[in-house]
Design a protein around this ligand. Sequence first.
Ligand code: 5AD
Ligand code: SF4
Length: 454
Amino acid sequence: MSGEKKRLFIRTYGCQMNVYDSGRMTDVLAPFGYAPTDQPEGADMVVINTCHIREKASEKVFSELGRLRVLKEERRADGKDMILAVAGCVAQAEGEFILQRAPFVDIVLGPQTYHKLPEMVARAERAAASKTGRKTGVGILDTDFPLEPKFDHLPEPVAHGSAAFLSVQEGCDKFCTFCVVPYTRGAEYSRPVDDVLKEARLLVGQGVRELTLLGQNVNAYHGTSADGRELGLGDLCRELATINGLERIRYTTSHPRDLDDALISAHAELPQLMPFLHLPVQSGSDRILKAMNRGHTAADYIAKIERLRQANPDLALSSDFIVGFPGETDADFDATMALVQTVGFVQAYSFKYSPRPGTPAATMEQQVPENVKSARLSALQALLSAQQDAFNQSCIGRDLRVLLDRTGRHDGQMVGRSPFMQPVHVTAPAELFGQVVTLRIVGATATSLAGELV
Ligand code: 5AD
Ligand code: SF4
């Protein structure tokens, strides 16, 4: 451990899991004198936490590394150093290749090994000290999937605000044919129930009021409790709901196939479980769902939504969509539009299919031309935006419980989240910061609400 303060800059791409991982990397490095900074200039260590899920991920990483190389060389010219690390899913997928193509990189680590970061950093610091004027990086690579889970080696979490993420599950065994996650994040793993409860209690003790349980496939959660029972996500939520002071529970991202009865009934029973669910469907065409290896039909999805709405009539839905999957015809795309009409989403993410090397869909025939993908994406996004806008408008006049967890741009302004994840702007006294308050909704835009204290 070292007494002097060193500056750590982490750039995070991709999903909430990466946001969580970046937070944990900050926590692991804190005892070694690294404090977060918000720019790479002047940093003693820079981590880029990468995402591989869509688009030209590795090209983006290499162009960012090119920029960082310049900073690193400038610092060397000043007699200092900058440890450069690449983390996350691109690191996992391209490990050795990154060190070859960007030899000035010091550390490449996958999502399963960041608990070993202090050890890698110590090696990098020693190597830097012994080799002044070196041009190349230290070249440490660790992209293993260790048998011992990293969670056992992480320090206690530090809350930053009243809403926090808690990782309960990682990896995925579903092998949707378009997706890299099973290759980059590895097989499904659930943390033991007691570890999750302990982390939750620590966070709530630090003022956290809302927990979002994270997992690539969070509702496949199946953790063992201290008394040997196996709990699914619904039962885990029931346990969490007994923690005093924890007012809100969310979870993301779910797979329709793993949405079981116990989880559906938790939505009826637990007032803490927020009435908002991100449940990716990807397509409304059974033919495409089959080619995607999703393991459900459009009717299966709609039936689950109906049951969820019976459990909690207030439930609002969000989803992910892919347009232009190989072989998608106009009729298939129309089926997606029809599903959107039937379900009604309050928020959604939609993407053009992008072939990921190594996944089955990348080499399928009948790849859809770019202009067709673009036209379908615009049509789908117009429909989804209209639904979101209509939902936001329908909130005007309602009283909603809002967790005020951010300060706004203007004096006295705060921003919070409604139960349905809409950002709500309000002017409120400072002592309400971090609390859940009731707001009357008085205005709505396409993406946010305005509220007043009642
Ligand atoms: N092309 C386009 N979108 C993708 N997604 C995952 N892989 C791909 C891909 N190859 C989308 C899915 C998923 C979300 C996180 O990213 O919709 O649910
Ligand atoms: Fe990827 Fe499918 Fe697993 Fe989601 S369920 S992470 S889309 S393979």
